[in-house]
Design a protein. Structure first.
Length: 303
């Protein structure tokens, strides 16, 4: 019997969306106790390996306005890696912890460009990447200590080895986010920081309304992308997960994408509904800091 990865309960209710993977239906479900949303059944490890093979970097459609393989891998030739790359994570750490030299682990480091650039701050940088294609590039071309593997199964890291770890759009892809956070409780030193960037699309008022409408009509929506996200988090469920493993939330930002940046999947009616819902949500988020479709979370290891 399947149990909730967050709270261990077994009572779930279906949500009005599903994926098809290799002929198998993966249904969106929600725990009736803690409200965590996940796919049931989960893809097998072998299926995940196929999902994140070389084709993930070379042939994946531009779902998130990311670059295709040629630009993604070869962009390093055009980057100045002798200084930190500007992004939300780096900007936050430099602003809040100026001058601190971290023992740093980036999970899902890809080809390692950001990892390499952070060495300019005097950080001791390590990477973990599930894609053998990307990890090999990071080791071969950039000389980085990047392990090929999954945070849930790797045994390459020691207790208290790091005092900072970052997962950018990784946690929702894992078979057991709870097991991953528990592992960070061991490999991060006491007081070490765990930083998460992840989606929170179910936190959008428009998504809640859409779910309610589909449920009232008894309809299910087949998602038009592969099932990369095995879990969907909200500010409430991510706080519960971190608290379970004795992490204290230091900061939780909940921004929302601008309407012109959202992905417009579905039929024309659904696309129009997304746009119409995103405009008021964006302005509401600017006023309150809530109801966003993204989360940036900083948590301190309380062990």
């Amino acid at each position: 019997m399947r149990t909730c990865d967050l709270c261990g309960h077994t009572a779930f209710r279906p949500r009005p969306f599903f994926y098809i993977l290799e002929g198998q239906r993966l249904q969106g479900m929600q725990c009736q106790n803690c409200e965590l949303v996940f796919l049931d059944p989960q893809p097998t490890p072998a299926q995940l390996e196929r999902l994140y093979g070389k084709e993930y970097f070379t042939e994946r459609p531009n779902y998130d306005r990311t670059a295709q393989d040629r630009k993604f891998i070869e962009e390093g030739a055009k980057l100045d890696l002798s200084q930190p790359r500007a992004d939300k994570f780096t900007d936050y750490m430099m602003r809040h912890y100026p001058g601190r030299r971290f023992r740093y682990l980036e999970v899902g480091c890809g080809p390692g460009y950001t990892l390499k650039s952070l060495q300019s701050l005097g950080w001791e940088t390590h990477g973990l990447e599930i894609s053998a294609h990307a990890a090999d590039f990071a080791r071969r071309e950039l000389g980085l200590p990047v392990v090929t593997g999954n945070i849930e199964t790797t045994e390459d890291f020691q207790e208290n080895q790091f005092d900072l770890a970052y997962l950018g759009d990784v946690l929702e892809h894992l078979l057991s986010p709870s097991a991953a956070v528990a592992k960070f409780g061991r490999i991060l030193a006491p007081g070490g920081l765990l930083v998460l960037a992840l989606p929170s699309v179910l936190n959008l008022p428009s998504m809640r309304a859409g779910f309610a409408l589909y449920s009232a009509l008894g309809r299910q929506r087949r998602m038009d992308i592969p099932p990369y996200h095995l879990y969907e988090f909200t500010p409430t469920t991510i706080r519960k997960l971190l608290d379970k493993h004795k992490f204290e939330v230091v900061d939780l930002l909940n921004p929302v994408k601008k309407p012109q940046q959202i992905r417009l999947g579905g039929n024309p009616v659904e696309q129009a509904g997304k746009l119409l819902g995103q405009y008021p949500t964006y302005w509401l988020n600017q006023l309150t800091g809530r109801f966003g479709d993204r989360m940036f979370v900083v948590a301190k290891n309380g062990k």
